[in-house]
Design a protein around this ligand. Structure first.
Ligand SMILES: [Zn+2]
Length: 302
């Protein structure tokens, strides 16, 4: 390389140096007024820091599953719908949304193609490490937005066992996907618990291209009542006893109108939860008080 060319390169580098330094500076990111993605995986490291500030440490963990959903809905229905809701809610009320998570309880669908059913110990360990890692990165308020009915005991158990040892964050579980009343009248004449009228309608809003309504009546979603036990007796096989096709309801009755009503409700409900969680300055304080007292129970005064 000649000295002249070397000199020219040096001059060009000098000219651009401040710009290069500015672009690569870790301190630089979106300023407070600029829009910021709600997707954890789309943020730069510097923008993530701004996201934590903007969300006041509130992060969403939409929780799905991979399981059969009748003959007509995709395996990832719960993941698709929970993410649709969490992402839309976070755009209304800023929160950072964790990437795809579907490592929950689904032992009862192991007989169907495409089910991903991790072991009990791994489900709990992975969820604990996930929330620990979220908290280490500043998510001190973690809202699990549950999209999967089979998690309905796993998640409260997980949240309850956060009292086992001290954590510097709070786990909130939001596990409601439909309102109790209101909206378009339902047409179903049977229980509508899995891939039925409600869930099919919701998926028609989140990902209509994945819904095969014409196949919805090719299998029965009727309760087969194959177990006869007194009320209050639980067995793990109860779901299979009632719905061996892993289908409960009549998906063919789904409508976009019902889907829109239910998805709007679900998104608004999550917005309300994010706002309430941001305001909640009691739970962490009480947890800390509890952890401290739990170290010496004999000194705890009534
Ligand atoms: Zn589902």
């Amino acid at each position: 390389m000649t000295r002249i060319i070397q000199g020219a390169i040096a001059r060009v580098l000098l000219l651009f140096m401040p710009a290069i330094a500015a672009v690569s500076s870790p301190a630089l990111g979106q300023t407070a007024s600029q829009p910021l993605s709600v997707h954890w995986e789309e943020l730069t490291a510097a923008d993530f820091r701004e996201g934590i500030r903007r969300s006041q440490g509130t992060c969403l963990l939409p929780f799905g599953i991979m399981e059969k959903h009748g003959p007509h809905l995709p395996l990832g229905t719960d993941l698709i719908n929970a993410r649709y809701v969490a992402l839309h809610a976070a755009e209304h009320e800023y929160a950072i949304v964790f990437p795809e998570y579907y490592f929950g309880q689904i032992a009862e669908a192991r007989h169907e193609p495409g089910t991903i059913s991790y072991s009990r110990d791994l489900q709990l360990a992975l969820l604990q490490e996930t929330t620990d890692e979220m908290a280490r990165n500043g998510c001190k308020k973690i809202v699990i937005v549950n999209g999967h009915g089979g998690n309905e005991m796993l998640l409260p158990y997980f949240a309850q066992t956060q009292l086992e040892k001290s954590h510097d964050y709070v786990v909130y579980v939001f596990d409601k996907r439909s309102p109790d009343t209101g909206g378009p009248a339902k047409k179903s004449s049977i229980l509508n618990w899995h891939a039925g009228e409600d869930e099919t309608s919701k998926t028609m809003i989140a990902r209509p291209d994945t819904v095969h309504l014409d196949r919805a009546a090719t299998e029965s979603g009727a309760d087969q009542h194959r177990q006869n036990l007194p009320d209050g007796v639980y067995t793990g096989i109860w779901w299979y006893a009632r719905w061996p096709n892993h289908y409960s309801g009549e998906g063919a009755l789904a409508t976009e109108e019902l889907g829109k009503f239910q998805m709007d409700w679900w998104v608004n409900a999550v917005v309300d939860v994010i706002r309430a969680v941001k305001k909640d300055d009691v739970s962490l304080k009480l947890q800390n008080e509890f952890y401290e007292k739990a170290k010496h129970p004999l000194e705890t005064q009534p």
